[in-house]
Design a protein around this ligand. Structure first.
Ligand code: VG1
Ligand code: CO
Length: 517
């Protein structure tokens, strides 16, 4: 039986950098999840369509999936492909959307945000190309949440998502699939598994810390079972509803257990970690690279390589949705963000395990250490010292006032000398998509210096508590001198200039960041 439930708009259902993210308790509140899901179906249409569904296994993932299935059935969807246990990493969901030529997918994840009843939850919609919905679509969903008056849901028992195979929910087909198998096969088609197997057989040791989030099952199957890495290579390999209290953001602060092991006496040859939903984290491309793209705050090192290789390079706003058109149009092959997210045109999401396999493949082909490869790069191109400083949970009003004051000062900056460095340009970054011409404004303020140094100020679009200031810092050392400094030391003048310019302490009372990556 299909029930039409009367509801009313609920404030705050505005998707950010990567879907709609809120405290778990907010998502579990009366009608909240249902309103947003109905808004998705109202915008993209559900009748006769096929969708993919899965999430990163966090608290409420399983129950939210059952609600979405009942709503998909009530809205007339023909078929939903669900990962067993309602699990799917974000890149695996992107792949299933493309592989099965579906009409899109719903991914349940708040990625790096902690999980649990006191943590965060998130829902995002990916398009038929496998990539995150562009701003025009998420805006339409948001507008729909502001006018919604009813949603449709089937009255039915839970679907058994522990059992692989076909079931029915009302008229709708539910196909429960192995969340790992198709993705692992895709990776086998992209990388030289034989070479990587030989690398491990020759004694190469690695550590993969899945941080109790979604990549555990994927990493065990691919690294240990298919590539022959030692059993136990993958730690914290079982996804837990609260991520075992871990904070699955792959940076030195949160992946500290891995960092300690890598700096310790018995360090393995290679260490890796992934984030909550597995999207961060060579085939030296036989067919070559069409181009590369990076988000604006990301280090400009890749631009230097692209220029020398004579391939295109693109600078987009933060968030993977901005890479989709470039990938679809064949103008970019590799994309990356400073938040440890990289990927290629094999799916339409960033992909943590792909990035790890890419590195393993490079190491197997070059038979050099990561450190040697980095030093080679610095010798050839100079070194882009880079760091991000996060100031978390700032009162929103203080953060907004600081950003407004900074915005007002931008026109007066060119020509000024800060810490001995001359400002050449300062702007509030706006992006015109080179494929469809759409314009996105207000994507972060950047101040560029004559010597190639940069600072970028942005407020996070994934946080759920107050505002998070992300301060991105970059300084270029052309080499061959000064290539081996500690990044925070090398960046000290840029850091001082940023604090003075934005008056961070004056507006927020903060002098030191909460997280340094
Ligand atoms: C952060 C990162 C951004 C990333 C986004 C989603 O956004 O900075 O690079 O694309 O998270 O990643 P923000 O707006 O908080 O700076 V994930 O792995 O959470 O889907
Ligand atoms: Co993620």
């Amino acid at each position: 039986m299909i029930t039409t439930v009367q509801t009313r708009p609920i404030a705050g259902q505005k998707p950010g950098t990567s879907g709609l993210r809120k405290k778990t308790a907010v998502f579990m509140g009366a009608h909240f999840l249902e309103n947003f899901v109905q808004a998705i179906f109202d915008v993209v249409g559900a009748k006769g369509k096929t969708f993919v569904l899965g999430g990163d296994g966090r608290y409420f993932n399983d129950r939210a999936a059952q609600v979405i299935l009942r709503m998909a059935a009530a809205n007339g969807a023909a078929r939903v492909i669900v990962g067993q246990g309602a699990l799917l990493s974000t890149p695996a969901a992107s792949h299933l959307i493309r592989l099965n030529k579906t009409d899109g997918g719903i991914i349940l994840s708040a990625s790096h945000n902690p999980g649990g009843p006191e943590g965060d939850f998130g829902v995002k919609f990916n398009m038929p190309n496998g990539g995150p919905a562009p701003e025009a679509v998420t805006e339409a969903m948001f507008r729909r949440t502001e006018e919604i008056t009813e949603y449709r849901i089937l009255t039915a028992q839970d679907v058994d998502l522990s059992r692989i195979g076909r079931q029915h929910l009302g008229e709708m087909v539910v196909d429960v699939v192995d969340p790992v198998a198709d993705y692992a096969t895709l990776m086998e088609s992209l990388f030289d598994f034989a070479a990587i197997r030989t690398l491990f057989a020759d004694g190469f040791r690695m550590r993969m810390d899945s941080m109790c989030a979604i990549t555990g099952p994927y990493a065990v199957e691919i690294l240990e079972n298919r590539l022959g890495a030692a059993k136990g290579t993958v730690t914290h390999a079982t996804p837990l509803p609260d991520f075992g209290g871990m904070h699955p953001d792959p940076n030195p602060t949160w992946a500290h257990e891995l960092m300690e092991e890598m700096m310790g006496p018995d360090a393995p040859d290679f260490g890796a970690a992934s984030d909550g939903d597995g999207d961060r984290n060579m085939v030296v491309y036989a067919r070559g690279l069409a181009g590369v793209a990076r988000s604006m705050p990301t280090s400009t090192a890749a631009d230097r390589v692209a220029a020398r290789m004579g391939i295109g390079s693109f600078e987009t706003p933060t968030g993977w949705k901005f890479f989709g058109n470039l990938l679809d149009a064949g103008r970019a092959t590799l994309c990356g963000e400073e938040s440890f997210g990289t990927g290629s045109d094999h799916v339409r999401e960033k992909d943590g395990l792909w990035a790890i396999l890419l590195w393993l493949n490079i190491l197997a082909a070059r038979r050099q250490s990561v450190a040697d490869i980095l030093h080679d790069h610095w010798q050839n191109y100079g070194r882009n010292y880079y760091s991000r400083h996060d100031f978390e949970a700032l009162p929103t009003a203080q953060a907004d006032a600081m950003m407004a004051a900074l915005r007002a000062s931008l026109p007066s900056l060119p020509g000024q000398v800060l810490e001995g460095m001359t400002v050449t340009a300062a702007d509030d970054f706006a992006y015109t998509d080179p494929v469809d011409g759409s314009v996105s404004r207000g994507q972060g303020m950047r101040v560029l210096f004559e010597d190639g140094s940069r600072m970028v100020f942005r407020l996070s679009g994934t946080g759920t508590e107050g505002a998070t200031l992300r301060l991105y810092l970059e300084r270029f050392a052309p080499g061959p001198e000064g290539l081996d400094l500690d990044p925070q030391v090398a960046l000290a003048p840029v850091i001082r200039a940023a604090h003075a310019l934005a008056r961070i302490n004056g507006f927020t009372g903060r002098t030191t960041p909460d997280v340094v990556t």
